[in-house]
Design a protein around this ligand. Structure first.
Ligand code: GAR
Length: 206
């Protein structure tokens, strides 16, 4: 096995299918990177066992152990600083990062979200899309800033919404696209193919 230099931390809260897509893409050598640490804010996240199966180091940081959100964020920063990390990937991490975390790792945190941002930020985006009646939704990878799902957009995939879709069927079709989009976006950052100009992310090669 070759030792890669681009180091990821992946923050998770649940199922971990996007984490799995990143792991698979590294193992298939489509993405030249290593995962230094997977951090969860929920104890029994399936994502943790997925990581362990691939001998990736994991940590659970229990929000209940901290008196304030700020104290939790400080612990998270300390944990992240224990590892070599070039990029922090939020993969179904359902906790809002405080300003201190964002400033400490400025332009080094990305997230995947199951809608075409800026439409339907926050929770239950697929349900929001169906209820609104849009004909297309999708997924977005973006840099994380201090707003909710509001940072500069790296890449998006469009997913059509059919008349007979419900939240479950739409979520499944979007998720399938997330698994392609996220590793590719990480690769773009890794290969220094993009640059951020305020709100917009442009591709250097285009
Ligand atoms: C994914 O659909 C991801 O886009 C979404 O949570 C799911 C996590 O699934 N993230 C958000 O809604 C963040 N705002 P996974 O744990 O199987 O990767």
């Amino acid at each position: 096995m070759t030792l890669n230099t681009f180091k990821l931390a992946v923050l998770v809260s649940g199922r971990g299918s996007n984490l799995q897509a990143i792991i698979d893409s590294i193992e298939k050598e489509e993405l030249d990177a290593d995962i230094s640490i997977v951090i969860s804010n929920t104890k029994d996240a399936m994502a943790l066992s997925r990581a362990e199966r691939h001998n990736i180091k994991t940590t659970f940081i229990n929000p209940a152990d901290y008196l304030s959100k700020r104290a939790f964020d400080t612990a998270l920063i300390e944990k992240l600083k224990e590892y070599p990390i070039d990029l922090i990937c939020l993969a179904g991490y359902m906790r809002i990062l405080g300003e201190e975390v964002i400033q400490t790792f400025k332009e080094k945190i990305i997230n995947i979200h199951p809608s075409l941002l800026p439409a339907f930020p926050g929770l239950n985006s697929q349900k929001q899309a169906i209820e609104y009646g849009v004909k297309f939704s999708g997924c977005t990878v973006h840099f994380v800033d201090s707003g909710i799902d509001s940072g500069p957009i790296i890449s998006q995939t469009v997913v059509p919404i059919y008349d007979n879709d419900d939240e479950k069927s739409l979520s499944e079709r979007i998720l399938e696209q997330e698994h392609h989009l996220y590793p590719k976006a990480i690769k773009m950052v890794k290969e220094n193919q993009i640059k951020i100009n305020d709100r917009t992310v442009t591709h250097k090669t285009r």
